[in-house]
Design a protein around this ligand. Structure first.
Ligand SMILES: O=P(O)(O)O[C@@H]1C[C@H](O)[C@@H](CO)O1
Length: 291
């Protein structure tokens, strides 16, 4: 499966060149919007946007709550590119396809990734609507050999064996905490470990208990492959999970999670997340991108 799906450097370059020919924007920051979080792109000024179906080489987004648009624009004078809709492994995409945009962004000049997702909480102290700053992740599919870096290594992007410790930038995490404090929202901001599972089904109770025992704070179906590829090609990474549900861990609890409820909670926190991401981009240290 992997060799058939292998994407060449030229393929990434072709898509990057097409985008560079269609927009004047030269982003340094990429933002990936999680389920129901597409409104993060609405804050961008002077937008140029492209449907994924119009971008050569781009996969298509099939999940409700993922619009399928790439939006370029400025956040407080800093140029960003925003994915309104991401690709998940459970949609049937290979991990090369899931992470295709990241390498294209690298070729556009992006050096910082802000990744967001909707996730269920395992940590007992978390509540629905909490924002979790991702300290670290567990890439469960990676344990089973589902890793986007499997296959011949493209040294132009990064090394064969990239380190993954400290992958979520410490300074950006601290900055985000400071911003949350000044926004007066610290009471529902957490920091924790995100775990990716393959999906598309939500967890059984036994699976939830296992993840809890392993020290997972929040579980979702994305993010880890994107972060692995971004880090492999040298990007700085910051991640946020919006806690949209508490994962059922008790056989006495008859609550059942569903995607509609996930989207509903995402909507509830959209304004706060938009403010937080805008402030973070505005205050983060990046090269002034006037190239
Ligand atoms: O794209 P994200 O990770 O935010 O989406 C989460 C995981 C599933 O795709 C979906 C389940 O409701 O939300």
């Amino acid at each position: 499966m992997h060799s058939k799906d292998q994407i060449s450097h030229e393929d990434y370059q072709r898509t990057a060149d097409w985008l560079l020919s269609q927009t004047q924007h030269r982003p340094k920051v990429a933002i990936i919007c999680g389920s129901g979080l597409g409104m993060l792109a609405d804050a961008l000024q002077c937008q140029d946007s492209f449907k994924y179906s119009d971008i050569p080489g781009f996969p298509q987004s099939t999940v409700q709550g993922h619009a399928g648009r790439l939006v370029f624009g400025e956040l407080r004078g800093k140029t960003c590119v925003c994915m309104q809709g991401r690709f998940h492994m459970y949609e049937g995409h290979s991990l090369c396809k899931v992470t295709f945009p990241l390498r294209v962004f690298k070729l556009l000049g992006v050096d910082t990734l802000i990744v967001t997702n909707a996730a269920g909480s395992l940590a007992d102290s978390y509540n629905c609507g909490d924002i979790m700053i991702i300290r670290d992740h567990i890439n469960f599919p990676g344990f089973a050999g589902l890793n986007p870096l499997i296959g011949p290594n493209d040294e132009k992007f990064g090394p064969r064996f990239p380190p993954m410790s400290g992958v979520y930038d410490k300074d950006l995490r601290k900055l985000a905490f400071d911003i949350c404090k000044s926004m007066g929202v610290s009471q529902y901001v957490q920091e924790g470990v995100y775990c990716m599972v393959g999906g598309p089904n939500f967890e059984t109770i036994a699976e939830a208990r296992l993840l809890h025992k392993l020290g997972v704070d929040a579980v979702g179906m994305s993010t880890a492959p994107e972060v692995v590829v971004a880090s492999h090609c040298g990007m700085r990474v910051f991640g946020l999970s919006l806690i949209t549900n508490k994962v059922v861990k008790s056989y006495q609890d008859f609550e059942k999670v569903n995607h509609e409820a996930v989207l509903e909670v995402s909507k509830m926190r959209s304004e706060t997340l938009q403010k937080l991401v805008t402030e973070l981009v505005s205050r983060m240290d990046i090269n002034n991108n006037t190239a």
